[in-house]
Every structure is written in C-alpha cells, then in structure tokens.
Design a protein around this ligand. Sequence first.
Ligand code: 6PG
Length: 265
Amino acid sequence: MPPKLTINYIVAENAAALAARAAQHFVEIAEQAVAARGRARIAISGGSTPKATFQLLGDPAQPWRARMPWNRLEIFWVDERCVPPDHPDSNYRMTREAMLDCVPLGPEQIHRMEGELDPEEGAARYESGLRNLFRLEGAEVPVLDLIQLGMGPDGHTASLFPHSAALDELGRLAVANHVQNKDAWRITLTWPVINHARSVFFLVGGAAKAEIVHEVFLGVHDPERLPSQLIRPASGILTLILDRAAAALLPATDAEGRGKIERTE
Ligand code: 6PG
C-alpha cells in the first residue's frame, strides 16, 4: 500500500452538474490516454448514479459525444449482477440503453461481464479475457487507463461488499462474490486490479451518501467494514466527483469546488 494517499475531490452543485462534470472527466482522461498510448481502456460501474453521465456521453446534442475518441476506446466493467444481459438489473443493459446504443463502438470494443453464466465461470472467463487482451503473463495485472467507481450506503464499491470473501482476494483479477444481504451473486474486479489503474475516480451523488463518504475518507481505517477504503491507487492519487449533497460532511472546497484530503494509513 502506498504510504500516502492524496484524495482530490471535485464538488458539483447538483445531480445534473455532477453528471456533466463526470462526462467531462471521462472525455479528458480518454483524450490523455489516446494521446499517450493510442487508445483508452476504461472500466465502468453500474448502479444508478452513472446513468445520467452515460446519457450525456451518448447525446449528440451535448459537447462530450463529439470529443470522446470512440474509435480508440475499449469499455470494460468493474462488476456485474449475475443476471442475463437484458435483465432490468443488468449493469450492461443500463449502459447499453443509456449510451452504447447511441455511440460508434464496435462489439470488439465492448467487454461485458457474462452475468448470465454460473458466477464462477463468468468470473473465470472475464479473467482469461483480460489476460488475453492485456497479454498478461504470470502474476501480471492489467493496467486500465481509467476506472469509475460508485459507493453504496454500506461503503461497498464495485461488488466488494463488507465482510465478503472477495475482499481477501489478492491473486485473481475477477471473482464471483456472494452478497449476503441480497442473497445474490456478483462478478467483480478485485481491488488489486482497481488499484493498478492509471486513474481511478469515485462518482457519488445524493444526501444519502454524505455519512458514508465522510466515514470512508475521513473515518477510521477499517476496510473489512468499509471496502471503499481498499481503493488506494498505486499512483497515490484518488479522485472523487461528488455533488454538494454527497460532499456535505467533507471539508469546504475552494472557489472552484475543489478540495484535498491526505491519508497516511
Ligand atoms: C453495482 C455497482 C455498485 C454501485 C453502488 C452505488 O453494480 O451496483 O457497481 O458498486 O456503484 O452500489 O450504486 P448507486 O449508484 O445506485 O447508488
């Protein structure tokens, strides 16, 4: 674990401004990755918060769709519910309807998790897919250009839930994880993979998240109970993009809506 973690946070006025700020972030990081390496490999989360951002990215009336280097982009998922791709709970379906159906991405650029399979098999296939695409050997870990995370009211991120088996997984890239309080299975990237990404950001909105955001980033270090605390990118830098309601218990920002937290443990 890096000795110090710098958490840079950006606070948007409300839910609409949050979606726009996140869309801008996706485009900026994708442009930088393409400029540096000729392509951008991005992993996205599900849940409800990113949907508005995905809709903005896919909307021709908005500035970001024209700027996004779609022909150099590859989309991966951070996690998936173990349901078929057309199921209402499917993260893939949410993203397809919000964005993928509206943008020029070919099927070879979209790497979805197969939630319809047996969870262990789905996780193993996603892992071997990553190993092939990133030409990994041995214990090598894929380095994604950008990973977008959400945060649940219990402090989970991806499908890394409190006190769940996946928290102890250090060697695998993707695993099946049973979510006790939902009695459901998920496929999730493991936290070492997330921490190897060049850039990682949490996208969090709404007053219901203010307490957990404060606990995760300013509270006692207890990642078993608060798995979002396992996210400490190897770069030593973590970005948060929040709306004012979710950031209500964080220290005040500067005039540009920016703040910084330094964590040493
Ligand atoms: C999922 C997500 C999960 C999500 C949080 C926050 O599949 O549900 O990847 O980690 O990001 O649960 O969800 P909301 O954005 O709906 O609050």
